[in-house]
Write a protein that binds this ligand. Sequence first.
Ligand code: URA
Length: 198
Amino acid sequence: METLEEIESAKNLEKIAELVKRCKRCRLHETKIKDVPGDGNPKAEIMFIGEAPGRDEDLQGKPFVGAAGKFLTEMIESISLKRSEVFIGNVVKHRPPNNRDPLEDEIEACFPYLNRQIELIKPKLIVLLGKHAMERFLPDFRISQIHGQPKRKAGQVYLPLYHPAAALYNGSMREVLQKDFKKIPKILELINNEFTNK
Ligand code: URA
């Protein structure tokens, strides 16, 4: 079994994917079909973090490839980016059975992988999709209160957004998410200006 040390010292994203493949840190490996470590640009400026793989993701081994994924891809393209330019991952790398919410101990067990991915990618902006991703990084807030508002914590900028699956079939939430999403280029520009002006 992979040790925490192995995860924490993984040299690249491929190594993390390899460790995820043989991971038994929680019960989800018992029911998974494929591993969904996340994918995209290893030098992405923007990293999206969702909740957990669903059925389509479990079958394909890629994050956000079902209906919610199609919606996420549309929003990424609406701000003139390609999926291949960003990195997309989840707080949990294996599908919870029947798409139930990931349990706290599963999120905890999986967190070292996500943490190491963040350390390697060094994104300028982390977009937290939905409550589970947000609670991991900004536990003192509620998503209904801070969606669309960038927050800085320990030098890292986060943008919490509603989850695309929750917003997909809810007209008003969908509009809010699309509006919040459009703030991403400006937020990135502000982060970039801050560094060039220093
Ligand atoms: N929902 C998520 O949170 N992540 C995925 O990868 C797919 C759907």
